[in-house]
Design a binder for this molecule. Structure first.
Ligand code: PLP
Length: 298
């Protein structure tokens, strides 16, 4: 049997519909040009983790493409909660996909298009304890994506090709470098630990400003973990003590193999390092607070 496309209920242009019945026009500019943006928002026990921040980033992505935001942020939150509830309320990753709309094929978009809005939800399976202990296997690749990586665009061919190349090399994913400096991964931010300091690439046009990245930076500040945001050279990455990836679906996870070799400080090469375990603990505590808040609100 083929896998279901997503959890059973989706949202399309104002209606909740069975996911197999969601249909859009082949003339949609999302299909023709990849002219659209998206978001992925984690929900735990029916409560969004930083949903507002995800919606604000969605609005920034739309603004950068000059696509009007179809709904005010409060309305988005209502639709999101409704979709999660209709799909059973358990832990879910909700995808919002918005395109510029349907039009005759022409690069220049006509005025007054109505954006297409689609939402679907997937079961959110956080990495298993065994995977946290093992860590991920990444390869270094050259970042050939476009120059506006801060836009969460549905045009993801760069990410698709890079991840495909990493998987063909037997890895889980890639660490990307542009002009000799660390950017991110195909679908996560990447940070380095060196001499007890968490080093984070700057939030410029070369990376997606991750919501999980921001949460990690906040948790580090709250708990007195030293952190610097600056450009990080390939050499610094190669000689770092620890390497982590962060994203809404992975949270924070260690990269323990890089380019086929066990990664990190000799004391724990090939295994997640001490600061990783500390940060993972802070994430879990933060999420537990969120679950407790959700339970208390019921
Ligand atoms: N960088 C890229 C290219 C991504 O696609 C993602 C998430 O999909 C991230 C970083 C992490 O962002 P977030 O923490 O908001 O999920």
């Amino acid at each position: 049997m083929t896998q279901p496309l997503a959890l059973p209920i989706a949202y399309l242009n104002g209606k909740f519909v069975p996911v197999e019945q969601a249909q859009i026009s082949p003339f949609d500019r999302g299909f023709i040009f990849g002219d659209g943006v998206y978001e992925v928002i984690p929900y735990y026990g029916g409560k969004g983790l930083r949903a507002r921040e995800h919606l604000e980033r969605l609005e920034r992505s739309l603004d950068m493409l000059d696509i009007p935001n179809p709904y005010p942020l409060d309305q988005w939150e209502v639709y999101l909660s409704e979709l999660v509830a209709k799909n059973g309320g358990a832990d879910q990753a909700v995808y919002i996909q918005i395109t510029r709309g349907v039009a005759k094929r022409d690069f220049a978009p006509p005025k007054g298009l109505v954006p297409t809005v689609f939402m679907m939800s997937n079961t959110l399976a956080r990495p298993s304890q065994a995977l946290y202990e093992k860590g991920l296997n990444f390869v270094s690749l050259d970042d050939f994506r476009w120059g506006r990586c801060q836009v969460k665009s549905t045009a993801l061919l760069g990410a698709v090709l890079l991840k495909q190349e990493a998987v063909q090399m037997g890895a889980d994913d890639c660490v990307l470098f542009r002009d000799g400096y660390l950017t991110e991964s195909s679908a996560s931010n990447v940070v380095v630990v060196k001499n007890g300091v968490i080093l984070c690439p700057p939030k410029d046009n070369l990376i997606l400003p991750g919501i999980t990245y921001d949460l990690m930076i906040e948790l580090a500040a709250q708990h007195g973990l030293p952190l610097e945001m600056r450009k990080i050279s390939r050499r610094e990455v190669q000689t770092a003590d620890e390497l982590w990836a962060t994203s809404s679906t992975k949270e924070v996870i260690a990269i323990t193999t890089l380019d086929g070799k066990p990664f990190g400080n000799a004391a724990h090469a090939g295994k997640p390092g001490p600061l990783f375990w500390k940060m993972l603990g802070l994430f879990q505590a933060y999420k537990q607070q969120l679950r407790a808040l959700a339970a208390a609100a019921e």
